[in-house]
Design a protein around this ligand. Structure first.
Ligand SMILES: C[S@@+](CC[C@H](N)C(=O)[O-])C[C@H]1O[C@@H](n2cnc3c(N)ncnc32)[C@H](O)[C@@H]1O
Length: 375
């Protein structure tokens, strides 16, 4: 297997974000993007795998499908796993772990399947196996076909590597980026988040405007594979990473009533190298004004949402105050509101359009509600 081999590459995303991720993959020039449950598949070689990890904002992890074979029973799985060309992808000095799932197959015991594959890798190649290994081999047995994939990302990709401080309910960066895309965010458009928490919307928007790639500050599991070429990777990273000159004035504005959240956002912006594009202030939502001297843009906001009975009643006044502030002061701005409760979204009295599919996020289903430019 060379760096140019043609692989099925599976871009995993949060259910509900598949359409947005497919659009991003098309825009970034990935080959044959196709929506499948839980993600998007594209075709390409190992360089496409690295590039997907480096540049795509909506992907949670990138799986490279390295081969498949039929297996009707465990003895056959054992035999075929022993013949599998592991050495093309795995390095003899890098530990791996094996995860298996079974669906609609005669082999139904995932634990036993993982154990057979683990033993085959260990005994045939000498590759060490450890539960804590950074490289994961994923075996999916479906309709008696065992498909072997390698998780090429490692840490989930929403961890861009800039956020040390995390607020109580941070939005994942992958979600924030795809919600910005679904709101038609363009690099020159100002963005205001009046309840910014750790600053996720503002940081993603500033990153995009600065022409920075999301994976510039982190490591990936593919760096530990036999197919890795450090020189070619360094070239790809350098070519992708040059930031644009900062604008004369910041264009991405976050505020929060919590001083800790504001400090956290500033530190996160500093680490991401986008401080010149951003401005964070401690303000309660009713005191937020549109930034001076900027054309109307986009308000992106993810207010607190409750999960307990009674939360709706406590939170309604806050959503009303948000809606009032935006309706009275933000004429010409469009709004993207992310919440888990439609009644709370409606209590803003904003002209919200019918919503798209909900996105599952830490056990909560959140929905993006959008408005046209406010009158
Ligand atoms: C769900 S969190 C936002 C998380 C954020 N999107 C992130 O990714 O970190 C809601 C935020 O609203 C802020 N907040 C609550 N009431 C507020 C108010 N009246 N004015 C301004 N901010 C408020 C909280 O401090 C919290 O940071």
């Amino acid at each position: 297997m060379t760096s140019d081999s043609d692989l099925d590459i599976f871009l995993v995303t949060l259910p509900g974000l598949e359409d947005a991720l497919r659009a991003e993959a098309v825009e970034q020039g990935f080959r044959a993007p196709r929506i499948v449950p839980g993600g998007v598949t594209v075709r390409g070689g190992w360089t496409a795998v690295w590039r997907a990890n480096l540049v795509l904002r909506g992907v949670s992890r990138v799986l490279a499908r390295v081969g498949s074979f039929r297996a009707f029973h465990l003895a056959q799985l054992d035999k075929r796993a022993r013949r599998f060309p592991w050495a093309d992808v795995l390095r003899p000095d890098v530990p791996v772990r094996v995860e298996a799932t079974c669906k609609g197959s005669r082999i139904y015991h995932a634990g036993a399947a993982a154990q057979r594959i683990t033993r085959a890798i260990q005994e045939e190649t000498g590759v060490p196996v450890s539960a804590e290994a950074a490289v994961a081999v994923k075996a999916r047995i479906e309709n008696d076909v065992c498909t072997i994939s390698i998780d090429t990302s490692g840490e989930p990709l929403h961890r861009r590597g800039h956020k040390e401080a995390v607020s109580k309910a941070p939005l994942r960066e992958t979600m924030a980026a795809m919600f910005l895309r679904q709101c038609g965010f363009g690099a020159a458009m100002p963005v205001v988040d009046p309840m910014c928490g750790s600053g996720t919307f503002i940081l993603e928007a500033a990153d995009i405007a600065a022409g920075l790639v999301p994976g510039r500050s982190r490591a990936f599991a593919f760096e530990h594979l036999a197919t890795f070429d450090p020189a070619a990777w360094a070239d790809m990273r350098n070519a992708a990473g040059a930031p644009k000159a900062p604008p004369a004035e910041p264009r991405f504005f976050g505020s929060d009533r919590d001083a800790g959240a504001v400090r956290m956002s500033r530190e996160n912006a500093e680490r991401a190298g986008v401080s010149a594009w951003t401005d964070f202030r401690q303000l309660t939502v009713s005191d937020v004004e549109p930034p001076e001297g900027t054309a109307p843009g986009l308000v992106m906001v993810n207010p607190p949402y409750g999960t307990r009975i009674g939360d709706r009643k406590t939170l309604t006044p806050l959503y009303r105050a948000l809606g009032r502030t935006l309706r009275e002061r933000f004429a010409g701005w469009r709004v993207g509101l992310v919440t888990s409760d439609e009644a709370l979204a409606r209590s803003t009295d904003l002209p919200l359009e019918p919503a798209g599919p909900p996105v599952s996020h830490g056990g909560i289903r959140v929905t993006l509600y959008r408005s046209p430019p406010l009158a």
